[in-house]
Design a protein around this ligand. Sequence first.
Ligand code: NAD
Ligand code: TDX
Length: 327
Amino acid sequence: MTGGAGFIGSNFVHYLVDQTDHQVLVLDKLTYAGHRESLDGLDPERVELVVGDVCDKDLVLELVDASDAVVHYAAESHNDNSLSDPMPFVHTNVVGTAVLLEAVRQFAKRFHHVSTDEVYGDLPLNTPEKFHEHTAYKPSSPYSASKAASDHLVRAWSRSFGLEVTLSNCSNNYGPYQHVEKFIPRQITNLLDGGVAKLYGAGTNVRDWIHTEDHSSAVYRILESGRSGETYLIGADGELNNRDVISMILELMGKSPDEFEHVADRPGHDLRYAIDATKLREELGWEPKFTSFREGLADTIAWYRGNEQWWRPQKAATEARYAKAGQ
Ligand code: NAD
Ligand code: TDX
């Protein structure tokens, strides 16, 4: 698999080690977002980390040849970074996916592509409308456009060359090992540091939250039982606006409700994401385990409280980047 030292990828490695008998070979560049420590404590007989780039054709050929299946998580993943410096998103997300597909084609391996609901753009507030497998692509940011491009490459390689592929587009994940640049860990660690939470704009933007362990179980189910060439949307009916999430974090951390401030909004900020996961639920019988966001959030806060040594090294540089953008 690729990107196994990142947030969702490392949670998938933990899931595979805990729930299956598979050997896991991780290719990860260890960018600012990758952490060797996220794989600490896992049996070295089961997990091998190779530090390298998904754009490195020779390395990718060697590792794909050595694998039975490839699950592709590696990406530049943060929208705000894609606004300040888009080109790494094009290289890793678009070129990197093409390099992997060429290797998968050469060795005829099973491929699962991990993508995002952001490829569909955004939805209006207060409508029953949700994204589904046939929603038209309409990405807003350089990040989501690069993920959309990668999805198109996977479908084209599947149709043109008959590769055995599946794709999944998941909503916003939360849980342990998420970089402190992202919304939920940024607020938790700001508050742990005695600072305040930071809300972009009015905070009415809605995200559809899923615990990352539920994302892992869905990807594994698709890998095992998904139909080749098919796309599955992954979501757990977790719609909440950002203002409400901040209020819940403040309350769970015993802070007063006004310990947040409004900061500069994200340019082009998507308003609302919402997933209709009927296909995944009905065709593959998948169900999320974390049905209470509040409980999942409380677990996540406890994880950040207990793992300062994991997030502390990222914190100052992340906040310095935000300060430059007035956020
Ligand atoms: P992340 O930024 O936490 O981790 C990305 C990982 O990829 C890091 O370990 C990084 O070192 C690695 N990486 C980056 N460039 C690389 C390269 N060129 N070669 C090899 N490794 C490289 O991201 P995440 O939030 O864990 O997201 C993982 C995947 O899930 C991405 O494809 C993302 O688009 C998708 N996704 C994320 C979410 C979310 O809520 N975070 C939701 C849906 C889909
Ligand atoms: O400090 C903040 N304050 C704030 O209000 C930050 C960092 C974010 N926000 C808002 C912006 C979004 O509306 O919170 C929401 C979530 O922001 P992010 O954590 O940056 O996530 P988002 O942009 O929604 O994208 C995430 O979900 C889909 C992941 O980063 C993507 O990789 C994934 O594809």
